[in-house]
Each structure stands twice: as C-alpha cells, then as structure tokens.
Design a protein. Structure first.
Length: 311
C-alpha cells in the first residue's frame, strides 16, 4: 500500500490580506485604550441623541443662551425705557407681556435679563469646577494626610451658612458682578471637590496609575495626563448640575438685594421689585419667574440626560 501524498489546503486571503483564521498582530495597550475611547464616545453620542430628556433640556438651555447673547436683536422695546403714563398696562399687541410699575416693557426686560444669567452662572460654575476638581484630584491621588487635610477644609466650607456669608461678604465688599461670581463659586467648590475626590480614589487603584508611578512620572503629570481624562464624565455631570444651582443662587441673591442693583433687568431682582404689585400687574412678576424656572428646569433635564449617558 502506497502512501498518498498529503495536500495542504491554503486558505484564500481576505481583502485585508489576512486569512480567515489569522488573528493578526496582537493589539497594543495604546490601541486598545483608543478603541475603548471611541466605543464609549459613540455610545455617549448615541445615548444623548436619542434621549428625550437631554434633547428637551438642551433646547431650552440653547434658547436662553441665544436670547442672552442676542437680546439686543430680539427685544421689541428698550428694557430701560421708563414711561409712567403707561404703567401697569396688561398684555397687548404693543406690549406682549404688559408693562411694569414704571411703564417698562416686561418682555424686553425678561429677554435682557437672560444676559446676566449667562454672565454670572457659567462663570461661577467654571471657577468652582477648576478649583473643586484641583482639590479633589490632589486629595484622591495622594490620599493619607493630604486627603484628610483637604477634606476637612472642604467640610468646614460646607458647614458655613451660605446666606449669612453672602450678606456679610457682599455687604462689606459690595454687590458687584465679580464679587457675586466669586462668592457663588466658593459655595460650590466643596461639592465638586468631594465628587472628584471619590472618582479619583477609584481610579488610583487601577493598574495604569501604578504603571505611571513605576515609570517615574511626577505626581502632577500623572494626575493631569493619566487620571483626569478618566474622571471627566463625573466632572461634566457635576458641572451641569451646579450650573442650575448657580442660576438659582444668583437669582436668590438678587431677590434679597445682594446681587445686581437697579435698574438691572436681572430676573431675581425683577421678581423682588414686582412682588409688591402682584395684585395689580401679576404679569410683571410671573414673566421673569417663569423664565427663571424654565432655564433651571432645562439645565436639570440636560444634566439628567448626561448622567444617564455617562453611567
């Protein structure tokens, strides 16, 4: 019996040059990380683009952002123009939301008041995120005595009654735009620091941080380059939440007479001024109150959508 020659079947190459069973070269850690980042980004974009909560919130916020930036182009009347002969007029074709106690157009003042919201709330939120994230990064990365010291300082800030501090600080330094922004930012630093510290504490237990330390990378480099990109999601969600609180806090300070002063069309200030005339011209009070409520609701809806997408 003669042995039959064995034939070896060659697999037809695929268009990419690999055979069907050829796994190709192993994926490098850098490529694996980049692929995970792309997959996460696609998932986040898909989730946000199909989330009714996020879309509705984003539409409301973008509307008020547009109004705050381009209010001079959309106001029907000068928001500061006083006309005592037409005070307390009800809504009409000339004044769609009526006039206030000084004859000023309510709609124009509501639209112009969005500018102060965009000046105070985002600026205070950005400042709070910068300093809060820095404190949280340092405390979570180094741990030990550094963590204890930073967190105790944060606890002290959180224990201080905010309204009492606001009355004292703004009463002494004055209710300027800069002072209000700094004060609101200081109020929000502790919450952001605690959130970031918790996320960083989870990240430093992972292997890539230890590998960075073994390579001899400095602490600041490791925190900013290695750890910070992996905690941007909770920072972004927390920043969006604090933005809503910043709008409400700024309006509260203005309502108490601690924010921007007359004749500013600030929503909180306008509500405070017009509450004495609620029985005569309720539209002058309800219009800025509804505007404030819709902006805060929009920010909270957007924040809720972001939180679900970044889970």
């Amino acid at each position: 019996m003669t042995d039959q020659p064995t034939t070896r079947q060659t697999l037809a190459p695929e268009p990419n040059g690999k055979t069907p069973h050829d796994p190709g070269p192993p994926e490098s850690p850098a490529d694996a990380k980049a692929n995970r980042t792309r997959r996460n980004r696609r998932y986040i974009i898909k989730t946000l683009s199909t989330s009714p909560t996020f879309i509705s919130g984003a539409v409301i916020v973008l509307f008020w952002v547009f109004v705050g930036v381009a209010w001079q182009l959309v106001v029907p009347h000068d928001p500061q123009a006083v006309d005592p002969f037409h005070s307390f007029e009800p809504p009409s074709s000339t004044h769609l939301l009526g006039t206030d106690n000084l004859g000023r157009d309510v709609l124009s003042r509501v639209l112009a008041g969005a500018q102060t919201v965009l000046l105070i709330a985002p600026a205070a939120t950005v400042l709070a995120v910068i300093f809060g994230a820095l404190l949280g990064l340092v405390a979570g990365y180094y741990g030990g005595i550094v963590d204890i010291f930073v967190m105790r300082a944060v606890d002290v800030l959180m224990a201080i009654p905010t309204l009492i501090v606001a009355v004292l600080v703004l009463g002494i330094l004055g209710s300027s735009l800069l002072n209000v922004i700094i004060l609101i930012a200081v109020f929000f630093v502790p919450q952001i620091a605690r959130t970031v510290r918790g996320s960083v504490g989870d990240e430093v237990q992972k292997g890539y941080v230890e590998a960075a330390r073994m390579r001899g990378e400095r602490g600041f480099y490791s925190m900013v380059i290695e750890v910070l990109p992996n905690v941007t999601s909770p920072i972004l969600v927390e920043a969006t939440i604090r933005l809503g609180y910043a709008v409400f806090t700024a309006a509260t300070l203005s309502f108490l007479g601690l924010g921007l002063q007359p004749p500013s069309p600030d929503w909180g200030r306008t509500i405070s001024e017009q509450r004495a005339y609620i029985e005569i011209s309720p539209w002058a009070l309800l219009a800025p109150a509804i505007a404030l409520a819709t902006f805060i609701v929009g920010v909270n809806l957007a924040a809720d959508g972001l939180r679900k997408a970044f889970k």
